[in-house]
Design a protein around this ligand. Structure first.
Ligand code: MN
Length: 258
């Protein structure tokens, strides 16, 4: 199986290396790495259309060589599938991201966007993220993620399938298991810290977190907080299916003529 590995933390990120090592240790997987040259966290699904996508061969001693792209995570997957790789990948893995991508972070995440781009290009795609902690252990996270990836591939790896996998912060007895959960819709509690530049002009720096969980029912946010691996099936179609039917029953006004 040909696997494309991308991320949003950049081609030098330890999470990418850990994921590469575990995937390429599987004799059934042939892994190509195409990832951004620079950190692209919170790039969401941006693509580059007004600048060239400069590429560079990147050799990580004793581990892999891949292509670093001066572009976004979605650029990397588009470019890899359409131009760089000799064959279409049969699987796109994005990560392991340093930091969870649960709840509304899914919308901001470059990690999820790289996987979503894979899904748009009709590859089964999986985003993998690890909740931030003081000492993130990406090697262990990759070993934990691999059987989850394998199970997804066994169960449903049809073209365009998109999955979001989040690993909890490490701790004794963690993770406790795998939970298949919906995406949280909880708002972030955000703060803009006001500072001043050397010329005295104000600037702002965003920080924020989710605070206490207010989700009803089981969500990705709740599952990783409780020490479980959260797996969420996503789709690129943002249509609200139930509201679509309601709205199709609306009577629309006559449009002005001429
Ligand atoms: Mn990131």
């Amino acid at each position: 199986m040909r696997v494309l590995l991308a991320n949003d933390d950049g081609i030098l990120a330890p999470g990418l290396l850990a994921m590469y090592r575990v995937l390429s240790a599987d004799p059934d997987m042939q892994v190509d790495v195409v990832a951004p040259e620079t950190v692209q966290s919170a790039a969401a699904h941006a693509i580059t259309i007004r600048h060239p996508l400069l590429c560079r061969d990147v050799h990580i001693d004793g581990a892999f060589h891949g292509t670093g792209v001066e572009g976004s995570p979605a650029d990397c997957v588009k470019l890899a599938v359409n131009a760089l790789l000799p064959e279409r990948p049969e699987l796109v893995i994005s990560g392991i991201n340093d930091g969870a991508n649960v709840g509304v972070h899914v919308l901001y995440s470059g990690t999820v966007a790289a996987a979503a781009e894979g899904a748009i290009l009709r590859c089964p795609s999986i985003a993998v993220s690890l909740k931030t902690s003081d000492e993130p252990d990406f090697d262990r996270a990759a070993r934990l993620a691999k059987p989850v990836i394998d199970q997804i591939l066994r169960q449903d790896a049809r073209p365009g399938r998109l999955y979001n996998v989040n690993l909890p912060a490490p701790g004794p007895g963690r993770p406790k298991g795998v939970r298949v959960v919906r995406q949280s819709t909880q708002s972030l509690i955000e703060r803009f810290e006001r500072r001043h530049d050397p010329a005295g002009r104000p600037y702002y720096w965003l920080s924020g977190d989710f605070g206490e969980s207010t989700d009803e029912g089981d969500t990705d946010l709740r599952a990783i907080r409780e020490g479980y691996i959260a797996v969420t099936p996503l789709h690129v179609d943002l249509t609200h299916a139930a509201r679509l039917e309601q709205m199709q029953a609306w009577t629309w006004p006559e449009l002005p003529r001429g």
